[in-house]
Write a protein of this length. Structure first.
Length: 208
């Protein structure tokens, strides 16, 4: 999910790592809450003792998704949880699996540099809205992500593409643009989830 606020301080060090051909997969992530209650994340905090300036606290290490080969056992491990909440929120099981695959590749500890957390990559604001206390707990995360996905489907009259775009970029962006926003990440995200959905529909959990 791309729509949580994020400090620009993240970009320069990440771009430098990429330019050097290095992976930022295990970067330390730091957290700051501004005066408006907005949570910001960065992997390059700028500490200061001056009153009123930003103060960053260590949050956790950033974790990337594991190799695809490890996703298979995870699909089966979370199958019952996915089925439970898919039924509770009137979702197709294959759709929940496809979103998890696209968001975290079934890594429950996944944390993006934008602050998205867990299997279904809930940003802190969404986690609070869905009453998720621990987004790294698979059951809580899948419950919250499934609930939110159902809300997006209801908000956009069951239009899956718009619901997925809203899940990724936020419902305000979809409404503002009158459809899927012209963001490369969002458009690729919708297409990727659609592809995974088709695979899970036809191959079940044999598709990893």
């Amino acid at each position: 999910m791309m729509w949580s606020p994020i400090s620009r301080a993240v970009m320069a060090p990440l771009l430098m790592l990429l330019w050097l051909g290095l992976s930022p997969a295990w970067a330390d992530i730091y957290r700051h809450v501004d005066a408006n209650g907005v949570v910001h994340f960065t992997n390059a905090p700028q500490y200061t003792d001056r009153p009123g300036k930003q103060s960053w606290s260590f949050y956790r290490k950033e974790m990337r998704s594991p190799p695809t080969a490890t996703a298979g056992p995870a699909v089966h491990a979370y199958r019952d949880i996915i089925r439970e909440y898919a039924r509770a929120y009137r979702l197709e099981e294959a759709l929940v699996k496809a979103v998890i695959k696209a968001e975290s590749n079934y890594n429950p500890q996944s944390l993006s540099s934008k602050g998205a957390q867990g299997l279904m990559q809930l940003i802190p604001e969404t986690a609070r809205l869905m009453n998720v206390n621990d987004p790294f707990d698979p059951a809580e995360n899948i419950r919250g992500g499934s609930n939110y996905l159902r809300l997006m489907l209801d908000q956009f009259s069951g239009n899956l593409d718009l619901a997925l775009a809203a899940y990724n970029a936020g419902p305000n962006a979809v409404q503002r643009h009158g459809g899927i926003p012209p963001y490369t990440e969002t458009r690729q995200y919708v297409q990727r989830v659609r592809q995974y959905l088709d695979q899970y529909r036809h191959n079940g959990d044999n598709f990893l």
